[in-house]
Design a protein. Structure first.
Length: 367
């Protein structure tokens, strides 16, 4: 097990609770899925498995993402993200790439004092493993105003061996971060990058739009390739300190600010509402955590068959005809579901929103 040696603790280091700016860095929360999910060629941005991490794929190759467990003895984290190359691209075009990314909300970065002479130095540490050795790239983008880019290298020295890496990121005094709910930082772990986005300018801020080193390996060159990541921490200071282990409940609440999934079971009457006019029932949903912004809401179809949901007449049960429903009045705290065309539901009676068989409601406000 190879470790990166860290420097002596600096005066700007923060060791108290809340030091880790990464949400779900220990890969604990997987609301969407834990099994292999394909990131298909030229798909763009995809949140598909582990919370708060998303996947870029603009190439002729493809890869899957999935949960991998049993790594606590090596890394101190039982769970890791695993990527497996499933479709090769042995000769990347200039603008093609594949990467794993994490975004941080701007208002969570105000203490870094970017754009002032008191701007803070940062350190990012993480555990990584792959059967493909060589030089990989780490990048961080400060998004607001004039975008600034930072690119660094790390080397996977031994195949199939967990190694901890540490990246030092200098203070950025010349450009600030907005105090809002937009993207403050974008972090990327490069798997493959074409020539247009590669650079030999490393370990310093720049305005050129580059995300990888000229030495970056092409991880998409073989379907035998895998890549693992866990224990990601971004903190103030010039030293990598011990990972901040938060409880699962705490980590999940942080994740739900950006994505919340309700896994519904057969026979649930999940919300009480009323019919404000004949055949037009409605009810209100309240998010478990206030969202970053007004979210998109994905509801199951209306009906009385498997995988659907329906308004029920609390007096007579199923309506004589199932109409349709729509989501409206969406805010950061909840929304209204409005039904129409429900036969047998009279004005002014109580209704419930009923689950005909196991299904999900998805509430997304990702960066």
């Amino acid at each position: 097990m190879a470790l990166i040696k860290v420097k002596t603790r600096g005066t700007e280091d923060v060791t108290g609770a809340g030091k880790n700016l990464i949400i779900n860095g220990g890969m604990q929360c997987w609301q969407r899925a834990t099994s292999a999910t394909t990131v298909t060629p030229n798909v763009g941005t995809s949140y598909n498995t582990v919370d708060r991490f998303f996947f870029y794929e603009y190439s002729d190759g493809s890869y899957t993402t999935e949960q991998s467990t049993g790594h606590s003895g090596d890394t101190g984290h039982d769970t890791a993200l695993k990527c497996v190359c499933t479709g090769t691209d042995t000769s990347l075009a200039a603008t093609q790439f594949a990467s794993v990314s994490h975004r941080i909300e701007a208002q969570n970065l105000q203490h870094l004092r970017y754009g002032t002479s008191n701007a803070k130095t940062l350190t990012c540490s993480f555990w990584v493993k792959s059967n493909k050795t060589g030089i990989y790239s780490f990048s961080l983008v400060k998004n607001d105003g004039t975008a600034h880019y930072f690119v660094s290298e790390y080397t996977i020295n031994s195949a199939n061996t967990w190694e901890q890496k540490t990246i030092s990121i200098p203070a950025l005094t010349g450009s600030s971060i907005n105090n809002d709910s937009g993207v403050g930082f974008s972090i990327e772990w490069s798997l493959a990058y074409g020539s247009q986005f590669r650079t030999s300018t490393l370990n310093q801020w720049m305005t050129a739009q580059d995300f990888a080193s000229t030495n970056q390996v092409n991880w998409l060159d073989s379907t035998s390739n895998n890549w693992y990541l866990t224990g990601v921490q971004l903190e103030v200071g010039d030293t990598a300190t011990d990972f901040e282990h938060r409880s699962f409940a705490d980590e999940l609440l942080r994740c739900k600010r950006y994505y919340e999934q309700w896994n519904l079971t057969t026979g649930e009457n999940i919300w009480l509402g009323t019919s404000y006019s004949g055949g037009n029932p409605s009810c209100f949903l309240h998010w478990q955590v206030e969202k970053r912004g007004a979210p998109s809401v994905t509801l199951p179809a209306a009906g009385q068959s498997a995988g659907t949901v329906s308004f029920l007449n609390n007096v007579g049960g199923y309506p004589t005809t199932t109409g349709s429903h729509a989501v409206n009045k969406i805010t950061t705290r909840g929304c209204r579901i409005s039904g129409s065309g429900y036969g047998g539901i009279a004005s002014g009676i109580a209704v419930t929103f009923y689950v005909n068989s196991s299904t999900t409601i998805k509430i997304q406000s990702e960066l």
